[in-house]
Design a protein around this ligand. Structure first.
Ligand code: CA
Length: 227
């Protein structure tokens, strides 16, 4: 917490300690910035009006450092331009003074929850041509045929579909899917591929599944470019 008013600093410290947090307090902007640079914190409670270095400038410098710690700004300046300045500078939340301790604790929890929530930067469904693989339900679909895959079948198909067009040797597939890094001289890879093809195959195929065997080398997912 970076706060210069002793009365508020005490109030927040006691409140947060009561809620189970350990609090480090800095009483001016320069000390606050040094503290933020010195070690990682779970969340920063930042007063806007501070001696030596004001809260907005402090926050700007923190973000410039690449510090992504969640920041909740506290301020008696409740006017919209100040709140917007806070958000534009990189605050995660802005709480006008006076405030209730319960609200500050609730906002800390909300900010921490948002920060820890998984961000889906990777797709949940892989699509290659008419073939799709749902990474959550682990079901594969080829045209109008849908099938549940066993863990190995899923792992193998996901591995190939993550890099369409790339040829994977049986050895690489064995290492990735079965975690076997020697050649056991089995045909488990081929058998697994056949099972996937059977599950997704249709009686009268208008187009073959884009899982392609490359003779003497391994397998790949055929893409338009690879045709
Ligand atoms: Ca102040």
């Amino acid at each position: 917490m970076i706060e210069d008013e002793p009365r508020i600093a005490d109030f927040v410290t006691h409140g947060l300690e009561g809620a189970g947090y350990a609090v480090t307090h800095a009483a001016d902007g320069e000390l606050g910035l040094a503290c933020a640079r010195e070690r990682a914190h779970t969340v920063v409670i930042l007063d806007a009006m501070l001696p030596k270095l004001d809260g907005f400038e402090l926050l700007r410098l923190m973000r410039q450092d690449g510090n992504t710690t969640p920041v909740i700004m506290l301020s008696a300046k409740v006017d919209l331009p100040y709140r917007l300045l806070g958000f534009e500078t990189g605050a995660d939340d802005y709480l006008p003074k006076p405030f209730f301790m319960e609200e500050l604790v609730a906002r800390i929890k909300a900010v921490l929850h948002r920060h820890s929530a998984p961000v889906h930067t990777t797709p949940q469904v892989l699509h290659i041509g008419g073939l799709s693989l749902n990474l959550i339900t682990r079901k594969a679909q080829w045209q109008d045929v849908s099938a549940a895959l066993s863990p190995r079948e899923f792992s193998l198909l996901e591995y190939l579909m993550q890099s369409p067009g790339q040829i994977f040797s049986r050895k690489k597939i064995l290492a990735h899917v079965w975690e076997i890094d020697f050649d056991p001289e089995t045909n488990v890879v081929d058998v697994c591929i056949q099972r996937i093809k059977r599950k997704l195959g249709r009686k009268s195929e208008s187009a073959p599944l884009p899982i392609e065997s490359v003779r003497g080398v391994g397998y790949r997912i055929r893409t338009q470019e690879a045709l």
